[in-house]
Design a protein around this ligand. Structure first.
Ligand SMILES: *Cc1c(COP(=O)(O)O)cnc(C)c1O
Length: 387
């Protein structure tokens, strides 16, 4: 039987790799309703608590009343609205780049950009822990695909020295999505310059969280456009809405409008989503108190979790993985936490390398210290019961 899907699913179950959805019956927030039970949510990427913020909701409602729901067409046909255009201009100013282009999702931005920039005869160099969308874009581009060890600038240098490709693109997450650490961007930018390569950074988890104004890793390291020519952000995480963008110079943006297939051949985001993102950009940029509170919750969690003996990774961001190793162990801990009222995702291969299954604990500025203390108590109980 060539398509024995039932058997393949059975095998996934046996390997602890089966994935199942949960159905939320409430808005996204630090408490969510699942199967009639209220749970403390420690697995969302809504780091600033903007997904349900009243200003963001109101902007969405007002724009829906004016523009309707559907955008009706792709951006190049007749789907590009004044709300999209204004959001692009505001994001360009925010990132200090000449222009910005919106994409419907981060997955589509990454695959579309890498495939538009590279083809056969070129080379792409990716951190081995990059997000799947960056890996997929690199593989599909036809360029010579090379992975370097995580954050390993020396390894990347040896690969660049050996390359004779016409165009070379270095691609990395800004903040690594499953580990929470930050890429060594100043060193990567310097290497790119030495080897006549371009640097592309996907800062899905840095925007809103890092930098005094929430400008992410580019602001954190003060990297200008000349050193970081392709800067991607997503709107579904710190911004609390939906969609993605790339910031760069005018030539890059015009080129992508004319070449990126995932931009050209898809319906534009609803204009109301762009309007909501404009409202969240304002909150994210102008109200640093959320970032400050988030940083203090993360520091408190790390201090206490390390003294409990939990295996944390070297991360200062709201992504705080607890390394457990086996898939079954990660599932058992996640289930035990859920029974105690805490929703924390068990992350397993292929999202992370085999043998490094983990709980991915994430924090929001909307959490309170008492919520974090509750989670710490539950983790301490798990440690006692499940070892
Ligand atoms: C979530 C994520 C994406 C995908 O963005 P979507 O808008 O959800 O498609 C891309 N890159 C990284 C690093 C991410 O974490």
């Amino acid at each position: 039987m060539p398509f024995n899907l039932a058997a393949e699913l059975q095998q996934k179950k046996a390997d602890g790799l089966y994935r199942q959805r949960r159905t939320l019956e409430s808005a996204q927030g630090t408490r969510v309703r699942v199967d009639g039970r209220e749970l403390f949510n420690f697995c969302s990427n809504d780091y600033l608590g903007l997904a349900s913020h009243p200003d963001v909701v109101a902007a969405f409602q007002q724009a829906a009343a004016k523009y309707g729901v559907g955008s009706g067409a792709s951006h190049l046909v007749c789907g590009h609205s004044a709300e999209h255009h204004a959001l692009e201009a505001e994001l360009a100013e925010f990132t200090g780049r000449e222009r910005v282009l919106l994409f419907s999702t981060g997955y589509m931005a990454n695959t579309g950009i890498v495939q538009a920039l590279l083809s056969r005869g070129d080379a792409v160099f990716e951190d081995r822990l990059n997000h799947a969308s960056l890996i997929d874009g690199g593989l599909a581009s036809g360029a010579h695909f090379q992975r370097y060890h995580h954050g390993d600038v020396a390894h990347l240098r040896t690969l660049l020295e050996k390359s004779t490709a016409a165009k070379k693109l270095i691609v990395t997450d800004g903040v690594f999505s499953m580990d929470g650490d930050v890429a060594p961007l100043p060193e990567l930018a310097q290497l790119a310059q030495q080897h006549d390569a371009w640097l592309m950074v996907d800062d899905a988890h840095g925007f809103g969280v890092l930098g005094a104004q929430g400008g992410g890793v580019a602001e954190h390291f003060s990297l200008p456009a000349a050193q970081l020519p392709v800067l991607v952000g997503t709107l579904g995480k710190g911004f609390g809405t939906f969609g993605a963008f790339v910031a760069g110079d005018a030539a890059l943006i015009e080129y992508l409008i004319n070449s990126a297939r995932s931009y050209i051949f898809t319906t534009a985001l609803p204009p109301a989503v762009a309007a909501a993102s404009r409202a969240s950009l304002k909150l994210l940029r102008d109200e640093p108190q959320r970032r400050e509170k988030l940083a203090s919750l993360v520091a408190h969690f790390r201090h206490e979790a390390l003294s409990l003996g939990l295996a944390l990774l070297p991360s200062d961001t709201p992504i705080q993985p607890v390394l457990l190793g086996s898939n079954q162990k990660a599932l058992a801990w996640s289930a035990a936490l859920e029974a105690k009222g805490f929703l924390v995702g068990a992350i397993r291969p292929p999202t992370v390398p085999a043998g490094s299954a983990r709980l991915r604990v994430t924090f929001s500025a909307a959490h309170e210290r008492a919520d974090v203390d509750g989670l710490l108590q539950a983790l301490a109980d798990c440690r006692g019961l499940l070892a």
